[in-house]
Ligand binder design. Structure first.
Ligand code: G4P
Length: 534
């Protein structure tokens, strides 16, 4: 194997999703601890630890107890180079989650064992389903009173519509949580201590070993034997192919807080996931092992560090090797560029890097040239990865600065935040009034907008709700932009434009969409917008 192949082969890139508080941060931290990437817990997102506040505007997350942004972390574990993509836990940011999933090859779904499938789990799972990526389930907090494991698996199947396969099975819960039965190796992993801040210490023992009764108690042993028999008889077979197509979710039980079951999970997970997967660019399938570099932008974030006022574009390297010294071709910009200050993120730290391989996520300084979905590749090649769809917003506000003298800062802030994909903004060139309309998928995004405009741009926002609930991208055959006078529109629809010059229609009801489509046969009304490409 060449060095390139070896490096790509050992990479694993996954996203981690959960309902808030299920333990996503704690689990991520444990992974990082095992990998030696951090020395102590509490540095990833410190509720207790102030050092972890990676930027000022993330204040809003802390105030609300939600995670608004997604971050990326890389660590090494037993020869693997692992990239974890954290996702926002709130449904209002599901579009951000979707983009993050575009950069991942699989997802880990963390479930609270006392609560089972929760509201956000359902929403986030739905987003995962849009891409059919493999989903691994970690049922967490087994050190507390938990629901019956059969019931939990049943709920995953009925509520989420995915088959499950329990890779391991818990022995007790709460204070009685003693270990897990590894169904592949047919062995019990009995946890003995978690005094070591890193992995829990454990002993292994066979199910039919006479010493097992002494170790976990005879009633627990008998119960386990019954449950395993039931499980072997009732559950579907393990089928790696179905796992890789997102049809079967391997389920693991454990406790991130006490480390119990975390390491066995990580090991099995790494064994079952694949090296970086290819991505499509029209008719072309770009293979990770192709030696030519290529990558796409899946996230843009400004002002992560208020002192620097910088803007970072996050890239998923799709193929080959990225070399910081070499120029790359930015397909949408039509230019050769040198990526400035390429960096990898480790929790709150950033590290400048010289090279990266397919599967890696890197952040680069963005002077305002990138859009979500943009392609970068080795000069001489020219293709564009399939665009990342834009979700249609469902809430619309008319906004302006409270202080009219601040219009310039207001427009700059709005445009930058819109370029990040955090909101969508529209102009109203046909209404006779120069207005700015903001569209969001979830209303919490309005709060983030207001907060950021004030904190980053010094602008107090006046915002007023509009009755629209639907947005459609308008396509027609002609080259000239449409004019409202050439359209037959109901009273509750409005023609607007986005900042790239695309025309769109806002509607207050589903009924108006049908009415408009009936009377304007020349139009196609699309539910998703794609980033435009060459
Ligand atoms: P999230 O990122 O999914 O939102 O969850 P996070 O890891 O922040 O965990 C939420 C709470 O649940 C935290 O407690 C955390 O310590 C606790 N927790 C996580 N995993 C386990 C587990 O396996 N067992 C138990 N018993 N608790 C767990 P907190 O009190 O909200 O925060 P903190 O003060 O402990 O940081």
């Amino acid at each position: 194997m060449t060095k390139l192949e070896t490096e790509i082969n050992r990479r694993r890139t996954f996203a981690i999703i959960s309902h808030p508080d299920a333990g996503k941060t704690t689990l991520t931290e444990k992974f990082l601890l095992y990998g030696g990437a951090i020395a102590q817990a509490g540095v990833v997102k410190g509720k207790k630890n102030a050092r972890a506040a990676t930027s000022d505007w993330m204040e809003i997350e802390k105030q609300r107890g939600i995670s608004v942004t997604s971050s990326v972390m890389q660590f090494q574990y037993e020869g693997f180079c692992i990239n974890i993509l954290d996702t926002p836990g709130h449904q209002d940011f599901s579009e951000d989650t979707y983009r993050t999933l575009m950069a991942a090859d699989s997802a880990v779904m963390v479930i609270d064992a006392a609560k089972g499938v929760e509201a956000q789990t359902r929403k986030l799972f739905k987003v995962c389903r849009l891409r059919d990526i493999p989903i691994f389930t970690f049922i967490n907090k087994m050190d507390r009173e938990a629901r019956d494991p059969f019931e939990l698996c049943q709920e995953l199947e009925s509520e989420l519509g995915i088959d499950t396969y329990a890779v391991n099975w818990p022995i007790g819960c709460g204070k009685e949580f003693q270990g897990v039965y590894d169904r592949t190796r047919r062995k019990i992993i009995h946890f003995t201590s978690n005094t070591n801040a890193r992995a829990a210490t454990a002993t292994e023992i066979e199910l039919d070993d006479p010493a097992l009764g002494d170790l976990i108690g005879t009633s627990k042993r008998d119960q386990l034997a019954d449950e395993i028999e039931l499980l072997d008889g009732a559950s579907c077979d393990f089928d790696l192919d179905r796992v890789r197509h997102g049809q079967l979710s391997p389920v693991f039980f454990g406790s991130a807080l006490t480390n119990f079951g975390v390491e066995p999970f990580l090991e099995d997970f790494l064994r079952m996931t694949t090296a970086p997967l290819p991505r499509t660019a029209g008719d072309l399938l770009v293979d990770s092992f192709d030696e030519n570099f290529s990558a796409f932008v899946f996230k843009i974030q400004a002002n992560m560090n208020k002192a620097h006022r910088d803007r970072i574009a996050f890239l998923r390297v799709v193929s080959g090797r990225f070399d910081a010294d070499k120029e790359v071709y930015h397909v949408q910009g039509g230019k050769k560029i040198k990526l400035s200050r390429p960096q990898q993120l480790m929790a709150a730290e950033r590290e400048i890097i010289e090279e990266a391989y397919a599967g890696d996520i890197i952040g680069v300084f963005d002077p305002g040239i990138f859009s979500i979905g943009d392609t970068l590749c080795t000069p001489g090649r020219k293709f564009a990865f399939d665009p990342i769809p834009t979700f249609a917003p469902e809430h619309f506000n008319r906004v302006r600065p409270l202080d009219t003298m601040k219009r310039k800062q207001f427009l700059k802030g709005m445009e930058q935040i819109a370029q990040e994909g955090a909101i969508q903004i529209f102009k109203t060139p046909y209404s006779g009034m120069e207005e700015v309309i903001v569209g969001v998928v979830g209303t919490l995004q309005f709060d983030v907008l207001e907060y950021r405009l004030k904190n980053e741009y010094g602008v107090d926002l006046y915002s007023e709700g509009l009755p629209y609930e639907y947005l459609r991208w308008v396509h027609h055959d002609g080259d000239e932009p449409l004019k409202p006078e050439n359209l037959t529109l109901p009273g509750d629809a409005m023609l607007v434009e986005d900042y790239k010059g695309n025309q769109l229609l806002l509607f207050a009801s589903q009924w108006s969409i049908g009415w408009t489509a009936d009377r304007n046969k020349q139009l196609t009304l699309a539910e998703f917008g794609g980033t435009r490409f060459v």
